[in-house]
Design a protein around this ligand. Structure first.
Ligand SMILES: C[S@@+](CC[C@H](N)C(=O)[O-])C[C@H]1O[C@@H](n2cnc3c(N)ncnc32)[C@H](O)[C@@H]1O
Length: 249
């Protein structure tokens, strides 16, 4: 994996509205190392949610279940550099960390990255780092990884094709992509407070595998990682299966 000079601090004039707000109000002492303007609604939602994200035991259980399935299906090894894209507070990446050489947690939410950086510092994990990255709205960095994992983030990405192409570009030859997300659902998984940030009501596995093939991925296999049982707006508990698709560059 190569570090590039993509993550240079930039001037106030180039900051997004949200970053300027945070900087001026002193809510975060973030190092602004951004790509381009990103989707403000989505970013704002996750910035706000970051501090209490891990308080929901279901999120920790889901990340662990996805991580266990990745170990089973994709067999990460100690010589692998892994990108955890849409890493949030790093639940999935931290689970995989003992099994690989390094993890780079990447997210477009400065709030999420703040929480992850605190965990990295507290745990003295010298083989994990957190970077600001938005492949949907910004350029694709020159870094290369042996594996890219994405846990429950793809349904927040409107331009799937662009991000899948970036993943393909960022994987080393024979690198592995692990996508874990909701199966197609009726739109009841998320509450109304986050509706503006949800671009897919889950995914049809067959369609997603076909899209991966179009982008150049091969040998895509799907399996079920877990199922999330949660109360919805209807007042009833519903089950939402989560798939894991493993594909090769
Ligand atoms: C539902 S959370 C999942 C977080 C983490 N993977 C987990 O399993 O706990 C979705 C994450 O995707 C991030 N995200 C959404 N759109 C993104 C984008 N375009 N680029 C990078 N990250 C994005 C959000 O900031 C958020 O942290």
């Amino acid at each position: 994996m190569h570090d590039t000079a993509c993550w240079q601090p930039i001037s106030d004039a180039s900051l997004s509205t949200q970053d300027l707000f945070r900087k001026r109000h002193g809510r975060y002492t973030v190092e602004i190392a951004d790509t381009e303007e990103t989707h403000p609604m989505t970013q704002l939602h996750f910035d706000e949610a970051a501090a209490t994200w891990d308080e929901q035991p279901r999120r920790i259980a889901v990340a662990k279940a996805i991580g266990e399935k990745i170990l089973e299906e994709a067999h990460p090894t100690k010589d692998m550099d892994v990108l955890d894209y849409g890493c949030g507070t790093g639940l999935l990446g931290l689970f995989l960390l003992p099994h690989v050489r390094s993890i780079t947690g990447a997210d477009n939410s400065a709030g999420m990255l703040d929480v992850l950086r605190k965990k990295i510092a507290e745990g003295s994990f010298d083989n994990m780092k957190a970077i600001r990255l938005d492949l949907e709205h910004g350029p694709c960095p020159a870094d290369r990884y042996n594996m890219i994992v994405v846990g429950m983030a793809m349904h927040h990405i409107a331009d799937l094709d662009r991000v899948l192409r970036a993943f393909h570009q960022m994987l080393a030859p024979d690198g592995v992509l692990c996508l874990a997300d909701l199966d197609s659902e009726p739109g009841t998984f998320h509450g109304p407070e986050i509706a503006g940030s949800v671009h897919h009501n889950g995914f049809d596995r067959t369609q997603l595998k076909a899209q991966l093939a179009e982008v150049g991925f091969t040998r895509a296999n799907d399996t079920t990682a877990t199922s999330i049982r949660k109360p919805t707006a209807t007042g009833k508990e519903e089950d939402f299966p989560v798939f894991l698709i493993v594909a090769r560059r």
